[in-house]
Design a protein around this ligand. Sequence first.
Ligand SMILES: [Fe+2]
Length: 344
Amino acid sequence: MTEQLGTMEELPQDYRDQMAAAGVAPLWPMMRNVLPHNAPQAVTRLGHWSYPAVRPLLLRAGELTPVEKAERRVLVLSDPGRGAGAMQATAAIYLGLQLLLPGETAPAHRHTPSAARIVVEGQGGYTVVDGERLPMEPGDLVLTPGGEWHDHGHDGDEPVIWLDALDLPIFVQLEGSYAIEGTLQAQRNRPDASQVEYSAVGLVPSRRPGRGARRYPMMRYPWAATEAALRQMAAYGEGIAELDYINPETGEDVLPALGFTAMMLKAGQVEAPPLRSCSSAFHVIAGTGRSEIDGQVIEWGPKDTFTAPVFARIWHEAESEAFLVRIHDRPLQEKLGYYEERAR
Ligand SMILES: [Fe+2]
C-alpha cells in the first residue's frame, strides 16, 4: 500500500489544461479525500446549542416574522464543521427549533424527506398527520414520515417550541427534496393511535387476512409512557436504561433513515458507548450533566441539544437524573449495509 499517491503538481501543465478542457480529472491526487484509510474523515464537528441561549432568538422570530411569512418558523441548528447557515447538523441529520404561537397554524404540506419532532416546551400544540390529530406534550415524539400530509395548530396560550429532526440532507444530496402544499386537513374525531390501537405493549389490532397495517401505524410516542418504561428498566437493569422507538407492527425503526433512542442516566451514572459509524444528535429532555466528545467537554442542561460526528469517542456523565433522546442515522446505514460499532 502506497502511503503517498502522486499529486496534481507532478503533472505537466499542458496535460492538466487538456484534462480540464476535456472535462476529466485524475483520481489519484484526490483519492484519499474520498477513500481515506480505515475510517471516514468527518466534516461534522461537535455542536452544542444551549436552550437558554437559543430560546430568546426563537421568541424574537415570533415578533419579527408572522407565521404566514415563514410557513415554518424555524431556527436551523447549523453544524459548526460546515459553518453558519449550513442546513444540517450532521451529514444525514437536519435539526431545527420551531416556534408556534397561540392561535397560529402552520399550513398543510407533504414532502419527500421524513421528519420527527420532539416537543421542547408548551401546552396546546398539535400536529395533524393524515387526518389524525396528535397532541404535542413536552417530550413527545411525533412523526411525519415522508409523503404524509401534515399541518400544525395551537389551542393553548403559551408559545409551543419543538425540535424538528429530518433526513433532509440526504434528500438534498440526492436532488430529491421537494414539498407539495395543501389546505388544513379535516381532523378525525378520536384520540391518536397511541391511545386507541397501540395503548398496551405487545398488543396490536387483530386483522383479517389481506388487510395489513398502515406503513406508519403510530405517529405519536407520548413521553409519559417512555419515561415510565425507562424508570422501570433503570430500577431492575444494569447499566443505563435505553429504549429504541419502533414501529409497533413491524418492530423496525420508526423512520426509514433516522432512528430515535431514549436514554435515562441516574445521577452520577457514566455511559461510554462503543464507537458507532452513525452520527448522533442528543436532545436533553431533563437533567444536567457533561459529555466528552472526541476530547471536547460540554456541560449540558434541560432542553439543550448537542451532536457527535461518525465514529466519535463519546462519554456522558449525569450530574442529576437525566433523560436524553439520541437521534441517529443507524437505520440508513443498516439499509446501506455498513453500520458498525467498534470497541473503544
Ligand atoms: Fe413539514
